[in-house]
Design a protein around this ligand. Structure first.
Ligand code: ADP
Ligand code: MG
Length: 295
């Protein structure tokens, strides 16, 4: 490949709304056969909102306060929701810790508060009855067969389960179109997420992805990518979060959402400026065209 033709390719990229780290990136883009996509913020908008909660108003305030140090879309949803519920008194937050792929922990007004995935709370010793989890699946908004799964988070206060919050997100406009284009380009799309299987399946079905790998911890996302690579696949990973950074760096091609975190953008080879997934298909076409005219 000659440097000039590659430079033309990268120049075209910026018109399309792609930032390409270096000319050599086009070469890995051309060879991609598998594209792994993070769910939240990548296939979905990542602007979550609370659909339902079983928390009392005071417990909701503690949960929102515990989330105040987190930038996760679930945190934003809970904070915004709680802000609309009248509350008395002030809260003091201590010892906030974010646990990527799990949830958050903090001391709020002297109470130990955990907000996060059911599995993560169980690991920390909170007793989580099965119906606290399965309840949420029958919990879709009325008449909304297309609701892309509900993300369920549980709240524990001083070690005891206080209730749940169901959070919903919307699939991005254009996501289904992008998946159709990936398939046309011969790419195998896989949804890779830390969320529950059920929520992941619903989103996958809505956009036309058959292959789902759910309940994946942030530290395991990179391993899943590496496993596919050892099986011979040339893997692109698309993500937006801190939890995607290692997988983005491991992939043959890392694509970050320009709307995502800086950590993800830094770990990637290519940035989709407006967070538009169809532009990833444009990038593959651009790479194939550019590199075939060079030969
Ligand atoms: P994804 O791969 O879909 O971006 P993450 O790995 O960020 O998901 O998170 C996986 C799960 O961990 C979320 O679905 C949520 O249940 C839980 N979680 C992560 N961060 C938080 C948080 N700040 N508050 C509550 N739950 C969280
Ligand atoms: Mg994400």
């Amino acid at each position: 490949a000659t440097p000039t033709a590659l430079a033309v390719g990268t120049g075209r990229g910026s018109q399309l709304g792609i930032v390409i780290r270096g000319p050599e990136v086009l070469e890995s883009t051309r060879d991609i056969d598998t594209i792994m996509l993070d769910k939240t913020g990548t296939v979905t908008e990542g602007r979550m909102s609370v659909a339902r909660t079983t928390l009392s108003a005071p417990a909701l305030q503690l949960a929102a306060a515990a989330e105040s140090g987190s930038e996760h879309p679930v945190a934003r949803a809970i904070i915004d929701y709680a802000a609309a519920v009248p509350s008395e008194g002030r809260v003091s937050v201590d010892k906030f810790t974010g646990h990527p792929g799990g949830g958050v922990s903090a001391t709020v007004n002297g109470h130990g508060v955990l907000v996060g995935r059911a599995g993560w709370l169980s690991e920390l010793g909170v007793t989580v009855p099965a119906d606290a989890v399965t309840g949420a699946d029958s919990d879709r908004a009325p008449g909304s067969a297309l609701t892309p799964g509900t993300t369920l988070v549980l709240v524990a206060i001083d070690g005891d389960l206080a209730g749940s919050v169901s959070v919903t997100d919307r699939v991005k406009d254009g996501a289904a179109d992008a998946i159709a284009q990936f398939l046309q380009l011969g790419l195998h799309p896989i949804l890779l997420t830390g969320d529950r299987e059920q929520a992941a399946r619903a989103v996958a079905a809505e956009v036309g992805i058959d292959d789902v790998i759910a309940d994946v911890r942030p530290e395991d996302k990179a391993r899943v990518v590496a496993d596919r690579q050892s099986a011979g696949a040339v893997v692109a990973m698309v993500g937006d979060g801190v939890n995607d950074a290692a997988a983005l760096a491991t992939a043959d091609l890392g694509l970050a959402m320009g709307t995502g975190t800086d950590v993800a953008i830094e770990a990637s080879d290519l940035t989709l400026v407006r967070g538009d997934l169809t532009v990833a298909a444009d990038a593959v076409r651009l790479a194939r065209r550019t590199l075939s005219t060079i030969k």
